[in-house]
Design a protein around this ligand. Structure first.
Ligand code: SF4
Length: 274
């Protein structure tokens, strides 16, 4: 029985109720390769996971030089991403912050479910909370695209709702919160999203509405937007094609949704030996 919701399951539900059903209710494993060219995409996904591990290790105190050696020994992409990270203006002040919470997990009841989010980093400084999310996308998404994603909405709303223990047991005001997506291949073009009380109310109302819909759903219709099917791993179940979409021919929005398929899931990241 489904008990937990996350930004990814909610994004699936918003994109296509059938995909949500297949992935989270029926728990079907991926039956189709997600996109072409397969090997290149798999390699990119593994590099993305490894990059997240390197940054985690840095944030818990491993020396940058040690991590640089690991990155250099691995792949040119990892070496470049790591150098970009170390040189990024916004990221170098971390060591001076009073509160760093890498890999923080927050959760709260939501309707009949538990809403869960795993953050790459929450940094608290002078009563301001900044949510960082590392992205190893090959393209820089438009801010409008990111602003509407469930991740942007869930991460900020949940920090207001369930982050009091990070703020002397007092809930953060939405205005104290900012979310920053930092792109390893576009290090000087982070996407920043401030927050307001009105946005928080809008987001939490939406989350309650979605959880209620999911709780009472008796059927899960296929999306009418067939571009969502291009990269969907379940398209053979829905008779919406067998071959995966070619990333080079995708429309800009589809391209970004395809990139998201390679997003790093913390549960997949194991320990790294130093
Ligand atoms: S193939 Fe299309 S209709 Fe089927 S689950 Fe995927 S997005 Fe939904």
């Amino acid at each position: 029985m489904l008990t937990t919701l996350s930004q990814s399951s909610l994004q699936d539900y918003v994109d296509c109720a059938r995909r949500f059903q297949l992935r989270y209710v029926d728990r079907l494993s991926y039956p189709a390769i997600e996109s072409e060219p397969t090997l290149e995409n798999e390699k990119h996904q593994q590099e993305g996971e490894y990059f997240h591990r390197l940054v985690q290790q840095y944030l818990v105190g491993i020396q940058a030089e040690q991590i640089s050696k690991l990155a250099a020994a691995r792949t040119p992409n990892l070496q470049r991403w790591w150098e970009n990270f170390l040189n990024a203006k916004d990221l170098t002040g971390f060591k001076n912050l009073s509160g760093l919470y890498p890999e923080a997990t927050l959760s709260a009841p939501l309707g009949g479910f538990r809403l869960l989010a795993k953050y790459d980093l929450i940094a608290i400084d002078n009563n301001k909370a900044t949510i960082y999310d590392w992205k190893t996308y090959r393209k820089r998404p438009r801010n409008e695209f990111l602003s509407a994603r469930m991740q942007t909405r869930v991460y900020r709303a949940l920090l207001v709702h369930a982050g009091a223990h990070l703020n002397h047991n007092k809930s953060f005001e939405p205005e104290q919160i900012e979310m920053i997506y930092w792109f390893s291949d576009f290090p000087n073009e982070p996407a920043r999203f401030a927050y307001t009380s009105a946005q928080y109310k809008r987001d939490w109302d939406l989350l309650l509405k979605l959880s209620d819909e999911i709780k009472h759903a008796s059927d899960y219709p296929l999306t009418d937007d067939r571009t969502k099917c291009l990269y969907c791993p379940y398209r053979s179940y829905c008779e919406r094609g067998v071959r995966a979409g070619d990333m080079d021919q995708a429309d800009p929005q589809g391209e970004m949704e395809a990139e998201e398929l390679f997003d790093v899931n913390f549960e997949q990241i194991g320990e790294i030996a130093f």
